[in-house]
Design a protein. Structure first.
Length: 450
């Protein structure tokens, strides 16, 4: 299997070195600059970390594997984190320490050396950092790799790295995974470290982990970094609820049905159920309020005026500041209620299987941060990724993975589970992966011996 685990094995077996692999990733950053996936990398930092890895015994499962941080979320020592924003780029410097998650990534052997593209403040399902080129999908450069972890997805699908950091507050791991044929887990609320400042948690909406080419890479990462969390038992036969939103196109629905058949072949019990569209739309509105209030407070705390922001971000921030405290409190209460109602999806099912996207990935430039129609923008996001925010608002784990191709593009699906069921989803994902059509990625993994 061509993935980060294979790369780590090659280093451990002496078939290559961490330095040679890092040199290959650095060269790929240069050679694939037009992809727009990587917005910053530090050659000296990467090589120094690789040399240190070669000089010590392997300490983690990904010892010596190059790694990219998303420009939003947990901070990595030696790298900037500016949320795709020109204003923050001018205000913030290089991070002086790892946050708890990146410390755990480092203990697993991952070597952070650069930063991937994200839209300003993660407010879109594309990845066009302010003032920089928009990230492109390696499968078709006319299309987006998704967002807001689109730069990470493009880098992994193109082979610049085998694995990259990603975050998800309303689908931002799962949408890029679906756009680029990757595997991504949005963990249960509280399952992964967020300290020491917990600045990107968004009242519990946001989770962080990785995007990768295989279930085993995501499972290995989760095992290496997760916090103790009560989890339902792994009891076979697993019960799968197949939920198919009507607004998804034929290709997306076909992929979900094919994955359901694969699970049936693996011994699971599959029943089709109505899609949780009402819960999904309610979750989307809750997420919108929280994201808006968060952005307004964040910009005020940073001393960033509206005229220093893209028009759309400024409009979102204004809406956030105008939200009364009583409204935000009501939303927090609604969030708790929805979380309880969402648990009922798993009364007679261990996981809900559904598409991630409604259609193929949008074209580059389809979203415009220079517009200020907030209603239209958020409606477009919800239409692109139906019910994605449900997992975030309810604190559920959700695993995205590919199943098949259509028009030379990978098709993605997702499994949602009850809180704490992350390992159940990874187990089910491995069943699907073992029966899915093989993907030939647009580029080999940099530095992986052939």
């Amino acid at each position: 299997m061509n993935d980060a685990a294979a790369l780590a094995a090659a280093i451990a077996q002496g078939r290559t070195t961490a330095r040679k692999v890092m040199e290959a990733s650095l060269s790929a950053c240069d050679a694939q600059a037009d992809l727009g996936a990587v917005v910053y990398f530090d050659r000296d930092l990467g090589l120094a970390r690789a040399d240190a890895a070669d000089a010590e015994a392997a300490l983690g499962p990904f010892h010596g594997v190059p790694f990219l941080a998303k420009d939003l979320g947990g901070t990595a020592k030696g790298l900037p984190a500016t949320a795709g924003s020109t204003a923050l780029r001018a205000k913030l410097g290089i991070s002086v320490s790892d946050n708890d998650l990146f410390a755990a990534f480092g203990a697993a052997g991952l070597l952070a050396f650069g930063v991937t593209a994200t839209p300003p403040f993660g407010l879109a399902l594309h990845s066009a950092p302010e003032g920089l080129p928009e990230a492109r999908n390696p499968w078709n450069s006319a299309l987006t790799p998704g967002g807001s972890s689109g730069g990470a997805a493009a880098a992994v699908a193109a082979g610049i790295v085998a694995i990259a950091h990603a975050t998800d507050a309303a689908g931002s791991i799962r949408v890029p995974a679906a756009c680029c044929g990757l595997v991504g887990l949005k963990p249960s609320r509280g399952a992964t470290p967020g300290g020491p400042d917990f600045g990107n948690q968004l009242m519990g909406l946001a989770s962080e982990l990785v995007l990768a080419r295989s279930i085993r890479d995501v499972r290995t990462t989760f095992d290496a970094v997760h916090l103790p969390l009560a989890a339902p038992p792994l009891n076979a036969p697993f019960r799968i609820a197949l939920a198919l939103p009507e607004r998804c196109d034929a290709a997306q629905l076909s992929a979900a049905r094919a994955a359901a058949r694969a699970l049936q072949d693996a011994g699971c019990v599959v029943n089709e159920v109505p899609a949780p569209d009402d819960l999904g739309r309610e979750a989307h509105e809750i997420a919108r309020v929280i994201l808006s209030v968060s952005l307004g407070e964040w910009m005020d705390a940073m001393g960033v005026p509206d005229d220093a922001l893209p028009p759309l971000a400024a409009a979102v921030a204004r809406q956030g500041r105008a939200t009364p405290a009583a409204r935000l409190f009501a939303v927090s209460r609604q969030m708790a209620s929805l979380s309880d109602r969402a648990k009922r999806l798993f009364t007679s099912a261990d996981a809900v299987l559904m598409p991630v996207l409604s259609t193929a990935p949008p074209k580059i430039g389809a979203d415009d941060m220079n517009l200020s129609d907030v209603d239209a923008h958020f409606a477009k996001m919800e239409s692109c990724a139906p019910n994605a925010a449900l997992a975030n608002v309810a604190g559920l784990p959700a695993l995205a993975l590919p199943f098949g191709m259509s028009d030379n593009l990978p098709l993605g699906l997702q499994l949602m589970g009850a809180p704490g069921a992350d390992k159940t989803l990874l187990h089910l994902g491995a069943m699907i992966e073992a029966r899915a059509p093989a993907l030939t990625f647009p580029g080999p993994i940099a530095g992986l011996p052939t």
